[in-house]
Design a protein around this ligand. Sequence first.
Ligand code: UN1
Length: 511
Amino acid sequence: MTHSVLTALGLSDTESGTYLGNGEWSKTRDAGVIEPVNPTDGEVLARVQASSQADYDLIVERAQAAFKIWRKTPAPRRGEAVRLCADALRTHKDALGSLVALEMGKSKPEGDGEVQEMIDIGEFAVGLSRQLYGLTMHSERPGHRMYEQWHPMGVVGIISAFNFPVAVWAWNALVAAVCGNISIWKPSPKTPLSAIASMKICNEALNKAGFPDIFFLFNDAGSDLAQAFVDDKRIALVSFTGSTKVGRHVGERVAKRMGRSLLELGGNNAIIVDPTADLKLAIPAIVFGAVGTAGQRCTTTRRLFVHESIYADVLAKLKTAYGQVEKKIGDPTDAANLMGPLNSRDGVQAYLTAIEKAKASGGTIESGGKALTDRKGNFVLPALVSGLTNDAEVVQTETFAPILYVMKYSDLEEAIDLQNDVPQGLSSSLFTTDLRASEQFLSAWGSDCGIANVNIGTSGAEIGGAFGGEKETGGGRESGSDAWRAYMRRQTNTINYSDSMPLAQGIKFDL
Ligand code: UN1
C-alpha cells in the first residue's frame, strides 16, 4: 500500500524518475529501479524507475532548446515564474515537509523548515530578478563608455545530497532560473521521492501558467549517467553538494573540460565557548548543532572547544541535555520527536566505526555511543566524546552522524588556531559576551571558515547569506548575497561614441 505521505502529494508506489519536459515523465522501465528505504523501519517506500541514456540525452537537448527561449525572457518575467513555484511550495509545505521527514529521516519541523528554505529562496530570487546588477566603469578614453553585464550560462547541472534533499536544489535552481538558465537535477538515490514531488509541484505551477520547461530531473540507478553529466560539455556549470571525496573528483572532471563547478562539500564545524559565554544560549545551540538532523548537516557541530574554567560545568550541562534528547528519538514524522534515525545503514556503520576509533584513540564516551538495536530503523544515540585532541584522526574527519568531540582550551588564540586546524572550512562559531573576543574571532586572523557566527550555532544558516566554505569544503557559494554571479557569465563592454579611434594605454598606431 502506498504510504499516506506519498498519496498526499499525488505520488504512487511506482514513479518515473525522469522529467522530460512538456509535462511528460519518461516511460523507461529498463534502466534499473531505485528503491528509497524508510530509515525509520527499513521498508521500501516506493519504486523509482531510473533514467536511461536516451532519457538523459533527450533532457539535455530539450534543456538546450528551452534555454534559447528562456534567455530572451526578461529577468523580471523569469522572476514571475519562480514566484509561482514559491507559491506552490507554500501550498504544499506541510505535505512536502512530511515527505522529506519520511524519506530522509529528519524531524518533521526540520522537514518543514527545509521547505521553508525553498520558499524563502524563491522569494529572494524574485527580488533578485530585478537586481542582476553590473557595474559601470569610467573609460580612460574620451567618448567611450564601459560597463559590464551578466548573462546566463546555459544549462546548469545540480547534483544534490540526501541530507537536504529539496532545499539545496531550490537554492540552485531558483536562483539559476531568474539568471536565465535551465537546470537539470540529479538528486541523491536515497531521496528520489522528495525530488520527484518537488518537480511535480513546481513544474505543474509553471505549465499551468504557460511557462517553458526550466527544470528537468533524472535519476541514475548506478553512476554512469552521473559521470556523463559531469563530463558533458553542454552542462555549463555543475553545482555539486556532497562529500569532499566525490566533490574532488567532480571538480577535477569539470575543470578538465574547462567547465565551471560550484562545490559544497564537507564541514568539520566547531563552536568555541569562552569564559564569558552566556550558557543559556550556548547549550541549546550546541545541542541543536550537534544533534539536529541527527548530525547529518554539512553545518553540524562536530567539535567543541570549551575554556578550561567552565569545562566541567558545560560538560555536565550537555550530558543532562543529551539525556533529554534521548527521550525524544523516534519516528521523525511525529513532530514531538527531536531526533530521527540516520538516513542509511551505512550511516550507522560510519557512526559505530567512529565511536570505536574514538575509544581506541583514548577518547571517553560521555553520553550515547550506541546504535538502538531494540527497534527497527537506523537509530543511534547522539554521542559526546571527551579526552581527544584536535589532531586525532577521528576528530579531523567528518563523520556524518551525531558525534560531538568536546575539548578544553586555555587561550582564545589557541582555540581559534585549533578550530581552523582541520582540512575543512565551512562553519564556525564563538559564544562570548566579550567584544574583543568576538571581533578577534571575526577578524582576518580569526575563523578561516565561510561562515563565522557569534552567539549562534554553526548550523541553520539563513538563505539571505552566501552559503559555502573554504579549503576542502570546496570554495563554492550559493543561496543569498551575490552568489547568483556563479550562475552567470560576466561580459565587459566598451562602446566608442566619439569620432576618433584612440587606443588604450596611450598607444599610437599611425597608419
Ligand atoms: C547542508 O547541510 O548541505 O545551514 C546544508 C544549515 C542549512 C543548510 C545546510 N540551512 O544548516
